[in-house]
Write a protein that binds this ligand. Sequence first.
Ligand code: NAD
Ligand code: DAU
Length: 354
Amino acid sequence: MILVTGGAGFIGANFVLDWVAGSDEPVLNLDKLTYAGNLETLASLNGNTRHVFVQGDIGDSQLLGKLLAEHKPRAVVNFAAESHVDRSIHGPGDFIETNVVGTFRLLESVRGYWSALPEAEKAAFRFLHVSTDEVYGSLKKEDPAFTEENKYEPNSPYSASKAASDHLVRAWHHTYGLPVLTTNCSNNYGPYHFPEKLIPLMIVNALAGKPLPVYGDGMQVRDWLYVKDHCSAIRRVLEAGKLGETYNVGGWNEKPNIEIVKTVCALLDELKPRADGKPYAEQITYVTDRPGHDRRYAIDARKLERELGWKPAETFETGIRKTVEWYLVHGEWVRNVQSGAYREWVEKQYKAAP
Ligand code: NAD
Ligand code: DAU
């Protein structure tokens, strides 16, 4: 059994779906079901005994103690976090609560469980912390891509909270010997991405005839990785990563935001042309920039390739086409997210205890 936290969110759910499809080992999925958690994404696993879902907070030490004792996982993969930079600017409190305090409490719960394991199980145990390239701050045009040696220079409340969590994970290894691994990944995209993030927002707004808001001059660079490739990298690091090490994960796909938006528009022009025959790019609208907006991220993923033999399966061209196609055939998933109907799953599943 492995314990996955945040497994009802975008990357966590893709990870859980792939894991259950490719392994006989069961998954215990602990997720608080914040606005970003969506059980509808996991509907195909209903009735599957290899997926056990529990609604709860990574910071709930009592619940964690009970779950760890009962299910005895051999590994924990920690996806649970507040993940959206804009929300962190508007309201940083939840980011500190979950990403910093929550990670601390989770580490303590796991340490208590791990330290009481028999020696062989203790040695085999892994705590994999899923983090972001944003901890390294912003690159200038001429800078080389981030390696694992880059200094931490987080700029947003989100990235500062993730940086703090990475430091806690590192310290729990150095001080207590907890067998940890950390991955720092670039921007993901793909199925089940919440439509507040750039790519899904552009797809759903384009189809709804709404403006496509591009922050500032649209020349900020992000480095894009198809979500299934991120999941395969995490599986590989979990399987063979060196204890206490960090691994940068990326697909060598640096693109300015405006190019991403234009690519999405062009794919929609091809796959679902506007009724009036005009290009979707007409909907692009430049808006006020994000405060403190990082100019460029880029990941040097050579360590992961060299040491663990990992490579992404998708190019940006194949991945973005799959993504746009996915959104075109999953209109109901999008509508349920936008209307809030996806929350009914939570209410149906979790009635107040009698
Ligand atoms: P997401 O916002 O889509 O999902 C986060 C999930 O965590 C949700 O299901 C939410 O309900 C759950 N959660 C939030 N607070 C919780 C708590 N206190 N206890 C238990 N569950 C909680 O995020 P995502 O995009 O899937 O990101 C997953 C992880 O990957 C995060 O740690 C994020 O920092 C990291 N990451 C994301 C990207 C990206 O491009 N999305 C890139 C690199 C790293
Ligand atoms: O780099 C990894 C990070 O990528 C993850 O750690 C975060 O969890 C994830 O949300 C993502 O952060 P970004 O801030 O890069 O993602 P977002 O989709 O919010 O924005 C991508 C870029 O597009 C960014 O430069 C801001 C810009 N943008 C975003 C939105 C939502 C726009 O121009 N318009 C928009 O409407």
